[in-house]
Design a protein around this ligand. Structure first.
Ligand code: PRX
Length: 659
């Protein structure tokens, strides 16, 4: 094994949290395991991965209906996969139509909770069916056809999933652009996708104020010649200019449309959506996903990893502008016929108890959120969740970045009643569904994502393409395809090949490089260390920024931490930590030393942060990821590049120059 590929595990987590037996026995995955006669979880996971075609076939039969059965499960010509060949399907049929025609017709699909307190709406599967059909007919009336792209730039209101499903129904390709992006971000995405229609709203509510959205579209569309029509939802009651001949109100568009609409019978490889995600170059990449894969991957993992049952009230707090919203607010739960919460607003409006009040009011039983939110609540204090009855919670889940052990324990004790497992799910925009995660039956180690899920052949390779032994780390790879995998980059086959498949092409063609590093401990548990480009090199040792941050956050005074490497003549790099203190903690030089010593005591001298700074905030993406690249550039006096996609661009100014 190449010496450079090793990433030693510095901190061994020894605590194990077991899920109560009743939660295990109730879980979908456990019941499947018993039905199949597997004796252990390990045996089940291994069998499913070794026999991955049989496994995915069974999942495709279990979770989806097919207009025409497929005749071949997979055709694999690396780096291009086709799944469920010869079949016909449509994810909108699986998500909506079939429920509206079954006993679920009056079951709640979404409880919509607007940000203004009391602004709520209940949408049953039958009502969703009618709304989707009307919008599908509306889009058709604007000339949208199969294969056309529709950009959706909406806040978290029901029209967002409705428009996504309406596109799917008629075979149009949706491209959701997060409503927090500025006009520039929207313009580049609309132009790249050559969208024919943009669907937006006059505005939305954020922290009690109606904020405008439509002006961003007006600005973006000026330089997007493909756009013929702009559809505008009236949400915030704002007075927005409407351009004659181009702009149309959503309510006018759907007013006279029939509530029935033909669902296109599509080839499973027909594209469902393009979602833009950031890569290392800064130019967003348009990841393409297909109908067939999306009929299977999200539903299977919503049932197995998130353990959503028919009678659950499920809430994934993600915005549909990100992949988590696509897979776990829209397609996964709806394909299962589940009941979900759709919340429009901020987590701290009118106060930081808002989310807990929603959980209490609706009896949410499965709750899926992100570490950055958990740490924010942790910082605000235990008194907030204590005010509410959260006894309905059975399963907690997390996504997007490593969940540090401190936050894990806080979440489990304060939100999960000390008993709910935390399903820490590792996956990506590119994978379309969870890839590595515990199941409810898995004994959990806080901070670990446990093991690859059934059906995946995920491994850790060194730089030469050898699987690394337990106790070491390297690059996360996928050795076999899976149904909800990315199919292509929109109109950029070269970059698709280069970013994901080139790395091991000469030794093991068809190996997918995820772009993340991970280690496995002696028990085989997986620990995500962050992106490949985020790993520090200190005195010849590779150290994960995320690992150091987690250690810093385990200090009682620390709320959040961001760690970068500063070039150093002797050591290669030294560790610099930017620390956000908990509310009420006084800054002092002694405290800086104490935090550095604490990190050293947790991870060892090699991980000692030579420099500690206190900051009020660190730059983050809208999905909550700390932008270490931006921090590093600012701290080292280099150009920070385009920061328009940040949630808090003003935080960049507070990062001190450290050279
Ligand atoms: O670095 C990993 C991190 O988020 C990346 C994927 O980001 P995105 O495509 O925006 O999708 C986010 C939601 C799936 C991964 O390459 N990541 C995601 N989940 C985890 C994670 N890092 C650690 N633990 C996770 N559970």
């Amino acid at each position: 094994m190449a010496e450079t590929a090793k990433t030693a595990v510095l901190q061994e987590e020894t605590r194990i949290f077991n899920t109560p037996q009743w939660i295990i026995e109730y879980s979908n995955s456990y019941q499947w395991m018993k039905k199949k006669g597997f004796k252990t979880e390990k045996e089940m996971r291994e069998w499913c991965s070794q026999n991955y075609l049989d496994f995915w076939d069974e999942m495709a039969q279990t979770y989806a209906d097919w207009f025409k059965p497929y005749t071949q499960i997979l055709e694999w010509n690396p780096p291009y996969a086709k799944w469920f060949l010869g079949g016909k399907c449509n994810v909108a049929y699986n998500a909506v139509d079939r429920h509206a025609k079954s006993w679920r017709r009056n079951k709640v699909a979404y409880y919509f909770v607007g940000e203004p307190v009391g602004d709520t709406k209940t949408i049953t599967y039958y009502q969703l069916y009618q709304a989707v059909n009307k919008m599908a007919n509306g889009l058709k009336s604007l000339g949208v056809k199969k294969g056309d792209r529709v950009s959706i730039y909406l806040p978290m209101i029901p029209e967002l999933p409705i428009t996504m499903l309406a596109c799917a129904k008629i075979g149009a390709i949706h491209s959701v652009v997060f409503s927090g992006f500025s006009a520039g971000g929207l313009q580049s995405r609309v132009t790249d996708a050559e969208a024919k229609v943009v669907v937006t709203s006059d505005g939305f509510y954020r922290r009690g104020k109606p904020l405008p959205l439509k002006p961003n579209v007006d600005e973006a569309v000026q330089n997007a010649p493909s756009v013929e029509k702009v559809v505008v939802v009236k949400r915030a009651g704002l007075d927005v200019p409407m351009k004659e001949g181009r702009d149309i109100w959503y309510h006018d568009l759907i007013k006279d449309q029939p509530a029935e609409c033909y669902t296109e019978e599509l080839d499973p490889e027909d594209r469902l959506f393009i979602l833009y995600t950031s890569g290392t170059t800064g130019k967003p990449k348009g990841i393409e996903h297909a109908h067939g894969g999306f009929c299977v991957g999200p539903a299977y993992t919503t049932a197995w990893a998130l353990d959503v049952h028919e009678e659950d009230v499920y809430w994934c707090t993600a915005d549909c502008g990100w992949i988590t919203g696509h897979s776990y607010v829209v397609y996964g739960p709806l394909c299962l016929g589940a009941t979900s919460i759709l919340y429009e607003g901020a987590p701290d409006y009118p106060d930081i108890g808002r989310w807990w009040s929603i959980i209490e009011e609706y009896g949410v039983s499965v709750f899926y959120t992100a570490p950055t939110a958990i740490r924010m609540f942790m910082k605000a204090g235990d008194q907030w969740p204590k005010k509410y009855n959260l006894k309905s919670i059975r399963i907690l889940a997390s996504v997007g970045e490593p969940l540090n052990p401190e936050a894990y324990v806080w979440f489990r004790n304060n939100i999960g009643g000390g008993q709910a497992p935390i399903i820490d799910t590792w996956w990506q925009t590119e994978t379309g569904c969870h890839v590595i995660a515990p199941l409810p039956m898995t004994p959990e180690k806080p901070g670990s994502v446990a093991f690859p899920l059934p059906g995946f052949n995920t491994d850790i390779y060194d730089e030469d393409g050898n699987s690394v032994p337990l106790g070491y780390g390297g690059n996360i790879v996928q050795k076999t395809p899976w149904p909800s995998m990315l199919r292509a980059f929109f109109r950029d086959p070269e970059r698709y090949m280069k970013e994901y498949w080139q790395m091991y092409w000469d030794v093991k063609p068809g190996t997918y490089l995820a772009g993340d590093k991970a280690t496995r401990d002696k028990d085989g548990y997986w620990w995500i260390q962050g992106r490949i480009d985020d790993v520090l090199k200190v005195a010849g040792h590779r150290i994960s920024n995320a690992e150091v941050e987690s250690a810093a956050v385990s200090h009682p005074a620390v709320a959040e931490a961001a760690v970068i490497g500063k070039p150093d003549e002797v050591k290669g790099e030294v560790i610099v930590a930017f620390i956000i203190l908990k509310e009420g903690v006084q800054e002092s030089e002694d405290l800086k030393k104490d935090i550095a010593k604490h990190v050293r005591s947790v991870l060892g001298p090699v991980a000692y942060p030579e420099i500690v700074y206190f900051v009020k905030d660190v730059p983050k993406t809208r999905s909550g990821k700390i932008m270490r690249r931006v921090i590093k550039a600012k701290a080292l006096g280099k150009p920070v590049g385009d920061i328009s996609a940040l949630a808090n661009p003003e935080s960049v100014e507070n990062i001190p120059l450290i050279v």
